[in-house]
Design a binder for this molecule. Sequence first.
Ligand code: 15L
Length: 279
Amino acid sequence: MTRKTLFITGAAGGIATHLRRELAGRYHLRLCDLRPISDLKPHEEFVATALEDLPALEDAMRGADAVIHLGGLSMEGPWDEVLPSNIEGGYNTFEAAHRAGVRRFLFASSNHAVGFYQRTHTINHEVALRPDSRYGVSKAFGELLGRLYADKYGMDVMCLRIGNVNVRPLDERRLAIWLSPRDMAQLVTIGVEHPDIRFEVVYGVSGNRRSWYDNRNAHRLGYRPLDDSETFALEVIAAAPEEDPRGAPYQGGAFVHEEAFANPAPLPGRTPARKGSGA
Ligand code: 15L
């Protein structure tokens, strides 16, 4: 049996790097990024295509069974970066998939599409979008693109509102939103393989006891997370610096108030560093 081909954008980024390891041997991976990837495996190929280049994206996607869209800016940034990478890039990626005849699309949305909910709130996949940043708005926009391409063209779309993918949770907020690499791979596999997806929103989090999400839609689709951040809770809390009180009540944390951390005021005589792209 021939293996399915997954077209992964932002393939040089952190999440894709975990996914490549977790999915190794199960799929053919067509890895798309502008940053080079040097350690290609036999089941992988690399295409250097910009998300801004719709015709090139369409060409590069031909023959793929599913797109996993992880590309674009992965944190808050100024509008002139969010616009080309996440808004135009998001549109181009959906449109290229449609034109290339790719039937499945997994969109890496983010907890920041709903980051203005308070932590005292348990939210499910049906709550109204409440983005906490320009970045969050771009993720909300991507989910709406997914809705459009599902309804209008019959594309099968799954939006994963990803918390934070890492081998271990980074701080107290991330204890609620942590997603282990193997649980991420399980969600992606469901998105690629489930026979009955038209448009779905799920939370990309592990089975964390401290979660503020009601992730029943993921469970309905068969998700059985293997990890729980509680394993790390004591050490994470002991090591974590105190959180800024402006962000602490909100699920999105610092994203609700922080303008400067992705776009720092330049030091005299210096240009601010550009943030990396890709989730
Ligand atoms: C995200 O959406 C980002 O892509 C990631 O870099 C983290 O900042 C994460 O959210 C988070 O909320 O921790």
